[in-house]
Design a protein around this ligand. Structure first.
Ligand code: SAH
Length: 354
């Protein structure tokens, strides 16, 4: 097996040397190794993402961005920024569509994986790559897209004892990784709303997501533009662990073989919306992915594609269903946008009239 033993090795050494590590450190090290080692996306990988299901997904995002840009008055010097662009498929479909409207931004990819960077480069020779958001350009509006990016960022978990909160840590026991609460209370009370929660309640948060969206929101407020976030997650504050690991399209324990499975957590859209609002952006959604795609015209696009390629009509219908149906990705996945105050209201967030 070419599976990387290195993440498990690094983690084991660290824990043996320093003692238990936080869950977010564990997840950060495991995922960095995982994405560095292989391209996990696709039917023969570990999971399939929306842009890999159908070109319609990226095309509609391209239309959404072009519409916003045109109604803003077609500013000249703009940047398309994608966070974790995977194989580059979404960007290819979106940018091809945008070019039809004469919207031709400079392309920036924020990507840490050398394997995926190579795939992206095959499709996007003129892109600039960034290892973090810090080096993104600070001149000109930013049109930022993040599909299944925030779910890959590390989370922290806290466990209620009834008399304060313990931090969830990761330790080793007989050559296995296990979750253990910290031995000391790290916070007497998390917030007013968490007072009185039953013993054993788990609270999850993603400091990395908050930090990244906070910084990007600040940039958008200064430079203009928008960020579009699409991911599985929840709209209201919740409790419980959403940490999960997927390998070969099947769930496994997050503590089995770190670095060889995709570790994710559901995205806390409530917190992300608050961060963007405190940086003075207008927040739209979150709404269900299926509804958003329908509001942007996925039914018509699917009909047109099927008309052009009758032999593929069944595949197109199946892809449409996967992306929009409430029993598939349509409801679990949410879409949220945050826009600069002096940019127009984006499309797709009011639905139900048609
Ligand atoms: N958006 C793509 C890929 C989703 S998988 C799609 O929809 O198909 C997650 C992506 O985020 C991968 O490209 C992965 O390499 C990247 N990624 C994960 N953690 C990252 C981090 N901390 N910084 C930058 N990119 C990261």
């Amino acid at each position: 097996m070419p599976d990387s033993p290195s993440a498990a090795h690094i983690l084991a050494e660290k824990i043996d040397r320093d003692g238990p590590i936080s869950l977010s450190e564990y997840m950060g090290i495991a995922n960095a190794a995982y994405y560095a080692a292989k391209d996990p996306i696709g039917e023969d990988g570990d999971f399939v993402t929306a842009p890999e299901i159908s070109q319609m997904f990226g095309e509609l995002i391209g239309i959404w961005l072009s519409d916003l840009w045109m109604r803003k008055g077609r500013p000249g010097h703009i940047h398309y920024v994608e966070l974790g662009p995977g194989r580059g498929t979404l960007a290819a479909d979106a940018l091809r569509t945008m070019a039809k409207f004469e919207c031709k931004p400079q392309i920036h990819f924020v990507e840490t994986s050398p394997v995926l960077k190579e795939k992206q480069a095959a499709l996007h020779s003129s892109a600039a790559w960034h290892k973090s958001i810090d080096s993104l350009p600070d001149d000109g509006p930013l049109l930022i897209v993040a599909n299944e990016f925030f779910d890959a960022l590390p989370v922290e978990q806290f466990v209620s004892t009834g008399d304060g909160w313990l931090r969830q840590m990761v330790d080793r026991e007989r050559n296995k990784f296990i979750a253990v609460p910290s031995t000391q209370v790290i916070e007497k009370q998390m917030s007013k709303s968490t007072a009185g929660l039953p013993v054993g309640t788990i609270l999850e948060s993603s400091p990395a997501s908050v930090q990244i969206l906070g910084e990007l929101s600040h940039r958008i407020a200064q430079q203009g533009g928008a960020i579009l976030i699409i991911d599985y997650g929840y709209d209201q504050p919740g409790t419980g662990s959403t940490l999960q690991a997927v390998k070969n399209h099947l769930p496994i324990s997050p503590f089995d073989s770190p670095g060889t499975s995709d570790l994710t957590a559901h995205v806390d859209f409530h917190s992300l919306a608050n961060i963007a609002k405190t940086r003075l952006l207008s927040v739209h959604g979150p709404v269900e992915q299926g509804q958003w795609l329908k509001a942007l015209g996925i039914d018509q696009r699917a009909g047109k594609l099927a008309e052009n390629s009758p032999g593929k009509a069944e595949d197109i219908r199946a892809a449409h269903r996967r992306l929009t149906h409430v029993d598939e990705m349509g409801r679990l996945f949410r879409v949220m946008a945050a826009t600069s105050m002096d940019w127009p209201e984006p499309e797709g967030f009011v639905y139900g009239e048609s």
